[in-house]
Design a protein around this ligand. Structure first.
Ligand SMILES: [Zn+2]
Length: 293
């Protein structure tokens, strides 16, 4: 299968002003991706280069960036955990988190909220990643034994050269009645293009991202590889496009505290209600839940 489709971006990435990458809206794959696809997309994670890299926002590493956004991330994680608890039919929760990061923030959050993490597992290619509490960390998905009733893929599919292959392996690890939760950046939306018209680099073009999804492309990808059932409407996160159109000054792609979210919300009450509640395809990322029946 040869990838082909219209070119939607050619230019530098936010991390590298000298780089020139090409992104196509691939008609074969059904989503936009870098062209040609890098052969060793995962190498930067297994070699430990990714999590120590300087970030554009000035944070020293990926985890520092997470900490800067702690208030916002905590709010989102609380919503994600509540949704998974609602959708995963069997109890207790046995969760597999693919792409835990160097510091397994999601697992730590679940532990803070009273989950025992017993029988839980995480997967992170970086050899420095360590487990947390009862949850063991593996550096290879194939090394994970058994099945789970919840699998989370937070900001992973945009980084891998073969997202369909990863989803197929996740399907094999998911029990009937279980839930797969996927969140990816929502990229190249009409409003984003309008808000950041002609800007190079486009603020969502990252040198670590191979794929560029939106809700339709994500749904298509997941439902094509296995008989998953989509079990809710997509949930969108912070409407960064609206903030940009209104010239709100944000230091990154997300608000750095709840006050920053509220400031925007007070100006646009409907957005305050709809942000993180599922609405029009506006928002920096999109989260979807799929069931295995
Ligand atoms: Zn393709």
């Amino acid at each position: 299968m040869t990838c082909e489709g219209p070119e939607i971006y050619r230019g530098p990435t936010v991390e590298d002003a000298e780089a020139e990458i090409t992104i196509i809206r691939c008609e074969k794959c059904g989503y936009a991706h870098v062209f040609p696809l890098p052969q060793q997309a995962e190498e930067r994670y297994s070699s430990g280069k990714y999590f120590s890299a300087q970030r554009v926002s000035g944070a020293a590493c990926y985890d520092d960036e997470w900490v800067k956004l702690r208030e916002y991330n905590t709010l989102v994680y609380d919503k994600r955990l509540r949704a998974i608890r609602r959708f995963a039919l069997s109890s207790p929760l046995r969760l597999l988190d693919i792409g835990t990061g160097l510091v397994p923030r999601w697992l730590m959050h679940c532990s803070d909220r009273g989950e025992t993490l017993e029988g839980w597992a995480g997967v992170e290619l970086d050899p420095r990643a360590r487990g947390y509490g009862e949850a063991a960390i593996f550096h290879d998905l194939d090394a994970v034994q058994g099945t789970f009733n919840a699998i989370t893929l937070w900001y992973v599919l945009e980084h891998v050269a073969d997202p369909a292959g990863l989803l197929r392996r996740a399907w094999e690890k998911l029990e009937v009645g279980g839930v797969l939760a996927v969140e990816v950046p929502n990229d190249f939306s009409y409003l984003q293009e309008l808000a950041f018209k002609g800007r190079k680099p486009a603020p969502w073009v990252s040198s670590s991202h191979v794929n560029y999804f939106n809700e339709d492309a994500l749904r298509l990808l997941v439902l094509e590889i296995a008989p998953f059932a989509a079990i809710n409407d997509a949930v969108y996160t912070f409407p960064v496009e609206i903030a940009a159109l209104l010239s709100y000054s944000l230091s990154g792609n997300y608000p750095h505290n709840v006050n920053e979210m509220r400031t925007l919300g007070e100006q646009l009450p409907q957005l305050a209600i709809r942000t993180e509640c599922g609405c029009a395809p506006i928002g920096r990322s999109v989260c979807m839940f799929f069931g295995k029946e």
